[in-house]
Design a protein around this ligand. Sequence first.
Ligand SMILES: O=C(O)CCC(=O)C(=O)O
Ligand SMILES: [Fe+2]
Length: 495
Amino acid sequence: MPDITTLGRHLRDEDGLDDTDTADVIPGHPLGVKPSGNALFAARNLRNAIGTIGLLPDELVLILLEFFDCSDLLRLGRTCKAFYAFTRAEDLWKTLFIRSPPASFTWRGTWRATYLNLAPSRVASVDCSSLFSDALHRPFYCAHISLEPYASNIPAGNQIVRLSDLSPEEFQEKWSNTPFILTQPVKDWPAYHQWSVETLLPKHGETPFRAEAVDWHLRTYVDYMKNNSDESPLYLFDKAFVPKMGLKVGPIDQEPGTAYWPPSCFGEDFFSVLGNDRPDRQWLIIGPERSGSTFHKDPNATSAWNAVIRGSKYWIMFPSSSKLPPPPGVYVSDDQSEVTSPLSIAEWLLGFHAEARRTQGCIEGICREGEILHVPSGWWHLVVNLEPAIAITQNFIPRAHLTAALDFLSNKADQISGFRKDVVNPYEQFVAKMQESHPELLKSALDELSKKTEGKKRKWDDIVRGNASTDANAEPDAGGFSFGFGGDDSDVDIP
Ligand SMILES: O=C(O)CCC(=O)C(=O)O
Ligand SMILES: [Fe+2]
């Protein structure tokens, strides 16, 4: 009977890698569940035992089981091997855990063992090798794929530029719309020399940090990081780490005992005019290998830097504009407010990476320990940790993207995020504070914005009224119908 459990081989073949390389051989499923293709020649199929429910596709069975509580799942799992395997699906137990977290718990390697507080010796090992299910096998498979084929052989034209450092003038004049990696500035940070998971634990082991929907002590999160088989590992992403860890931030020559500081090349951050009313700005990011961020653009049209203190991150990025489609495998609603992409990074890599790499505009690179990457305003990015990682990220509005931020705050009010609830009308507040501190800059940014808006409105009018040819400034062929608005990259909506 063929056993199609090492699908990774296809990847190697496609990428022309050595077929004898065993780096990405994936271990067997813990219960022996196999991908559904294996059912074709199987003499026995455990699924036959689940009766009428068997009429439903596996995905739907799993959705139904999401409505079961803990004791229902345990009872159903005792009825037959197939239901045992279905009720072992980790996502079911993760959902139960997050819905009603135990008051105290020890991380025990899986969400099920943790929720039920099962020591490893009490976790049953039931042979379900005659069960064939992609829905059960896929998450396990995705949790073990090798990232190496995706992060290697980056085409020369796709490589993110690597520089030692930049001056604020160089950044402002040439680089504020280009992703790049700086190899020097983070190497001066005390955090780079001092921080690791081991060195943070003695002081901060009992500090709670936000990891998606849960607040866990760092010690518990590190236990999780070192021992989990999640397809999309829980990612520690904490915006309050500076006060929680009692850190000082700022250049070491200005204040002793600081942990890190924004590299000087990024210059001023115009959101700082809002003082304490600014939106969330900085995050500590910790995660195991394969954790990361699915495709998104950063909030409020900000730019960002992301500094790797430990580990390394693979980045794949695309520019965005009203004329460009989103990255392969990413679907955006008409007003761009909703982004849908495959559930996990591994699924995206398996299904879309090869196409993305061939798509115009794609750039990729590895940001290694002690390096920092620049994410310009509006760029799509997917990030995956190639090894356990600690990073700090900070979002900011540089001079070159002041207009984009004003545009976002005024025209995409429903998509604004990260402000405290009591900050009403962030756009008006931002404009008022900019008027106080940088009136000239504000004026030119608002002028630029209204020119863009006017330009788009005029083109729209030309199209809907069909008077393109009466426009004195029209190009000879401007009457042709087109939804390519103007030559700029902004996302200004048609009023
Ligand atoms: O390190 C990462 O996972 C990337 C984080 C990121 O993209 C973000 O903070 O916006
Ligand atoms: Fe981001």
